[in-house]
Design a binder for this molecule. Structure first.
Ligand code: SAM
Length: 222
């Protein structure tokens, strides 16, 4: 499993900024989002759909990339999947490992995964591509295409809108980072160019504390 350098010597500044922000908020993020999935039947339905398709395709390893404190990773494990988690933020990985001692978590980047070609049956990226500027998404989709086996699955969740929000505060902390409200049409096109076929596209209105509608794309690697 991978470990990213935290020196930031060559990485883009948005990556360093995102890691610093999530390292700062990790414990409170985990606490504040506790129980969130239990209140989101559509989210559970989509994750359940993904899990059933992985199993009916013969099973195999699944990776939750940008797993944060592991709330989705833990849910996927409870559905019977052989799942591990990878995140940019060491503090998030520690929090995930503390909460889910039986699951393997490691630090790593969406854009350069320490995984062999065609080695996983599926990837879930649940609100982790939101910190990737739209022009840099194709690099991530190319990397996910490399690690997912043919006919394997990719499930994405992200806030939609086609604009960027700069945060100066989050989860009770003063932190600076950007979140991109991606455009589902553009993302669908980029997935197609990377060699994925989108099979499910769902959008829902903002609920509870959310400020923007949410998009979910399930795609199959060609
Ligand atoms: C909004 S949180 C979502 C966490 C988790 N998926 C969930 O739904 O609770 C975004 C997560 O993506 C991670 N992340 C952001 N950019 C990343 C990258 N380039 N590679 C890996 N993880 C990344 C952050 O560290 C953070 O934990």
């Amino acid at each position: 499993m991978s470990t990213v350098s935290t020196s930031g010597a060559t990485e883009p500044s948005h990556v360093t900024q995102t890691r610093t922000a999530y390292d700062t908020v990790a414990v409170d993020y985990a606490r504040l989002l506790d129980g969130e999935l239990a209140r989101s039947p559509l989210d559970r339905a989509l994750l359940g759909h993904f899990a059933e398709l992985v199993e009916s395709g013969g099973g195999g390893p699944v990776v939750d990339v940008g797993c944060g404190p592991g709330r989705i990773t833990g849910h996927l494990a409870s559905l019977g999947l052989d799942v591990s988690g990878i995140d940019l933020s060491p503090a998030m990985v520690s929090e995930a490992q503390r909460r889910h001692p039986d699951i393997a978590f490691s630090t790593g980047s969406l854009a350069a995964l320490d995984l062999a070609d065609a080695s996983v049956a599926g990837v879930v990226a649940w609100y982790s591509v939101i910190h990737r500027p739209p022009p840099l998404l194709p690099d991530v989709f190319a990397e996910l295409h490399r690690v997912i086996r043919p006919n394997g699955l990719l499930l994405l969740a992200f806030q939609l809108g086609g604009f960027t929000v700069r945060h100066e505060q989050a989860y009770g902390h003063e932190v600076t980072f950007e979140a991109h409200r991606h455009d589902p049409d553009s993302v669908t096109g980029q997935l197609g160019q990377a060699g994925f076929r989108v099979t499910v596209r769902t959008e829902r209105a903002a609920q509870d504390y959310e400020k923007t509608p949410q998009a979910f794309l399930l795609a199959r690697r060609e």
